[in-house]
Design a protein around this ligand. Structure first.
Ligand SMILES: NC(=O)c1ccc[n+]([C@@H]2O[C@H](COP(=O)([O-])OP(=O)(O)OC[C@H]3O[C@@H](n4cnc5c(N)ncnc54)[C@H](O)[C@@H]3O)[C@@H](O)[C@H]2O)c1
Length: 256
C-alpha cells in the first residue's frame, strides 16, 4: 500500500472501522499516509488492523462500544500514549432500527441515541483536550441524508439531525483552537447496514436507486474520499458544514 499524501504524519481515530464505510475510510486514510487507531464493538476490527499492519501501516485497534465513556476515555489515552498525538477523529460508528413511529420500542430509542449521538459526543469529549494541546484537530462526523426526512427512520433521522447541531456548535466552540468540525451526510451506500434494511434487488431498493439523481448506489469509497479531504489541510477553511454525499438525493424528490 502507498504511504504518503495529504495525511502524512497525522494520527486518525476512526470509529466503526470493522466494515462498510468505516473500513473504507481507514484504508483511504492509510493510503494518504495517516497512522490509524481503529475502534469497533466488532472483534473483526482486530483482523483489519492485522491486515493493515502486515502492509506496514502504523495501526492500533480497540474493541470498544463508543457509547461507554470509560472504554472510550481509556482507548483515547492509549492511542495518544502509542502515537504521541491525535489529529483526526472520524465519528462513523452508527446503527439503525427501521420502524414506523408506533412500532419504535424504548430499546430502539435508547440504542440508536446511544450509538449515534452519545458515541460521537464521548469520542470528541475525550479527544479534544489532546487536540487543544496541539492547537490542531479535524473532527469529521458521519451523519446521513436521512436527517432531511426518511420513512421508517424516526429515531435514526432524529440522531442524524442532531449530528448537524453538534457539528455546528462544536465548530464554533473549537475554532479558536484550530480544530475543524464537519459532517459528511451519505445517501444510500452499498454496505451491510444498508442492505440489511434494503435487500439488494428488492422493489424498495430499486425504487431508492431510481430516486437518486445520479442513478446509482454510492460506494463506501465515495464517502471515504470526502472524509479524507475534510480531514486534510486542503479543507482548513471549512468548518461547521454538512456535505451530502448522496448522488443528489438531498436536492429533493421522494425520500424512501
Ligand atoms: N450505508 C448507508 O447507506 C448509510 C447512509 C447514510 C449514513 N450512513 C452512516 O454511515 C456510518 C457507517 O455506516 P455503514 O453503512 O458502514 O454501517 P455498517 O453497519 O456496515 O458499519 C457500522 C460499524 O459500526 C460498528 N458499531 C456499531 N455500533 C457500535 C458501537 N456501539 N461501538 C462501536 N462500533 C459500533 C459496527 O460494528 C460496524 O462495524 C453510520 O454512521 C451510518 O449511520 C450509512
Amino acid at each position: 500500500m502507498v504511504s504518503g499524501g495529504r495525511l502524512k504524519g497525522r494520527v486518525a481515530l476512526i470509529t466503526g472501522a470493522a466494515q462498510g464505510i468505516g473500513k473504507a475510510i481507514a484504508v483511504k486514510m492509510a493510503m494518504e499516509g495517516a497512522s490509524l487507531a481503529l475502534l469497533d464493538i466488532d472483534e473483526r476490527v482486530m483482523e483489519l488492523a492485522d491486515q493493515l499492519e502486515s502492509e506496514a501501516i502504523p495501526v492500533c485497534a480497540f474493541k470498544v462500544d463508543v457509547s461507554e465513556e470509560e472504554s472510550v476515555e481509556d482507548a483515547v489515552k492509549r492511542i495518544v500514549e502509542r502515537f504521541k498525538r491525535l489529529d483526526v477523529v472520524v465519528n462513523n460508528a452508527g446503527t439503525v432500527r427501521p420502524a414506523a413511529l408506533e412500532e419504535v420500542t424504548d430499546d430502539d430509542w435508547e440504542v440508536v441515541i446511544r450509538v449515534n449521538l452519545k458515541g460521537p459526543f464521548l469520542c470528541v469529549k475525550h479527544a479534544v483536550p489532546f487536540m487543544k494541546e496541539q492547537h490542531y484537530g479535524k473532527i469529521v462526523n458521519i451523519g446521513s441524508r436521512a436527517a432531511l426526512g426518511k420513512l421508517d427512520r424516526t429515531v435514526y433521522s432524529t440522531t442524524k439531525a442532531g449530528i448537524i447541531g453538534l457539528t455546528r456548535t462544536l465548530a464554533l466552540e473549537l475554532a479558536p483552537h484550530n480544530i475543524n468540525v464537519n459532517n459528511v451526510a451519505p445517501g444510500p451506500i452499498a454496505t451491510e447496514l444498508f442492505s440489511a434494511a434494503n435487500p439488494p434487488g428488492s422493489p424498495k431498493t430499486k425504487a431508492i436507486i431510481k430516486s437518486v439523481p445520479l442513478g446509482r448506489m454510492g460506494q463506501p469509497e465515495d464517502v471515504a474520499n470526502v472524509v479524507a479531504f475534510l480531514a486534510s489541510d486542503e479543507a482548513s477553511f471549512v468548518t461547521g458544514q454538512t456535505i451530502f454525499v448522496c448522488g443528489g438525493l438531498s436536492i429533493g424528490g421522494v425520500y424512501f
